[in-house]
Design a protein around this ligand. Structure first.
Ligand code: DGT
Ligand code: CA
Ligand code: CA
Length: 362
């Protein structure tokens, strides 16, 4: 069966989130840092915006080196705020999930979805569909991403990576080889420096070289599993399904119309979020024991409050009432305004007949 797979990767994810919240830094080199805390400036760069990348400042670089490379610029160094990035990631993954027949999250800023049915297996509508998804993420979360659309997971991922930032790249099934073959073999997903060196010894430098090499030779050299992988993927073959693992929690999060600590105003958002969540839990026949709220404050600090029940629950009324009770308690101990509010249910039951569908341990 022909499939259409869409791969999505957010552009300079942590740094773009920082930019979208502090627009005045947008035209400067932005460096998001993972400080180790051992001494001042010890630690590594988590990521940077594209302006900083022009100065060769990239993920993994020591912060000290990044500071040297950017010493004559008006650059901005920011400590990573993982709770914030997680909450934005969750909101975006919920959007992507809505666009999919099957959804698989691959990392904090990456997912692939099977859109074969949603697009009636038509690449023209797949491209339009992908751009609608990008537009929705831009409208709701003010972030850009790059997408790749192709006949399998491998091709759509490589397509997304080939044109960043804000790219849309469609590789039609009969153009897969045109896309792959001219590329250097180390661009193939799964080929690291070691394999690259080994392949060079066989005079294999492009993906075309690899595709045209003897399968048996590759198996002899790299073992059955990896040898087959190398030969298949160089030929654009990848039959791996999008693994549609249902989440072990269902949550929704929104930015409030204005920063506020008005209970009624925030409650309106809770009503909407809860309705969304309970529609999903009813749809998937999920019952839950825990309801939580996430409050992101005007200064972007993040708080979670939860309540758990002895027995499994399934009603929207419970989600709404519990969230509002948690919110009321929270506001009574807190003087700052809220910027975003999230609601989530977790601690699902594993009811009979669902064991294959729902992998709760993952
Ligand atoms: P891109 O996709 O090239 O536009 O840029 P990013 O920053 O989105 O890069 P990506 O997709 O590889 O990684 C997503 C996020 O993961 C990134 O924003 C920060 C985090 N991350 C990536 N590499 C590292 C690393 O080496 N160290 C740390 N602490 N975080 C990393
Ligand atoms: Ca990314
Ligand atoms: Ca990524």
């Amino acid at each position: 069966m022909q499939r259409i797979i869409l791969h999505l990767d957010l552009d300079y994810f942590y740094a773009q989130i920082e930019e979208s919240r502090k627009p005045d830094i947008k035209n400067k080199p932005v460096v998001v840092c993972q400080y180790s805390g051992r001494s001042e400036d010890s630690g590594a760069v988590a990521t940077t915006n594209y302006i900083a990348r022009k100065f060769n400042v990239k993920s993994g670089l020591p912060i000290k080196t990044a500071k040297k490379l950017l010493q004559n610029t008006d650059s901005v160094f920011i400590a990573a705020n993982h709770e914030l990035y997680e909450s934005v990631s969750e909101a975006i993954m919920n959007i992507i999930r809505r666009y999919s027949d099957k959804f698989e999250q691959l990392s904090i800023d990456e997912a692939c979805i099977d859109i074969s049915n949603k697009t009636n297996n038509d690449y023209q509508s797949a491209s339009t569909y992908g751009n609608e998804l990008k537009k929705e993420i831009k409208t709701l979360e003010n972030l850009t991403c790059s997408i790749g659309i192709g006949p399998n997971k491998l091709i759509s991922k490589m397509a997304a990576d080939s044109n960043k930032p804000n790219g849309t790249t469609v590789i039609l099934p009969d153009k897969v080889k045109d896309f792959l073959f001219p590329q250097k073999v180390n661009k193939l997903y799964g080929i690291g420096p070691k394999t690259n060196t080994k392949l060079a010894e066989f005079n294999i430098t492009t993906i075309e070289d690899l595709a045209n090499s003897e399968r048996t030779v590759l198996i002899d050299e790299f073992g059955q599993k990896f040898g087959v992988y190398l030969h298949d993927s160089a030929n654009g073959i990848d039959n791996e399904e999008v693994k549609d693992k249902p989440a072990d929690q269902i949550g929704r999060i929104v930015t409030l119309k204005e920063d506020t600590r008005d209970f009624d105003l925030i409650s309106q958002s809770i009503d909407n979020l809860s309705k969304d969540i309970s529609n999903q839990t009813i749809d998937k026949k999920i019952t839950f024991k825990t309801v939580s709220i996430t409050a992101i404050m005007e200064d972007l600090t993040i708080y979670q409050r939860s309540k758990s029940f002895e027995i499994f629950q399934n009603s929207n009324d419970i989600i709404v009432a519990t969230s509002k009770e948690l919110l009321r308690n929270f506001l009574s101990q807190e003087s700052r305004k809220l910027r975003r509010i999230g609601v989530r249910v977790s601690n699902f039951s594993q009811t009979k007949g669902q064991t294959n569908l729902f992998d709760f341990n993952s």
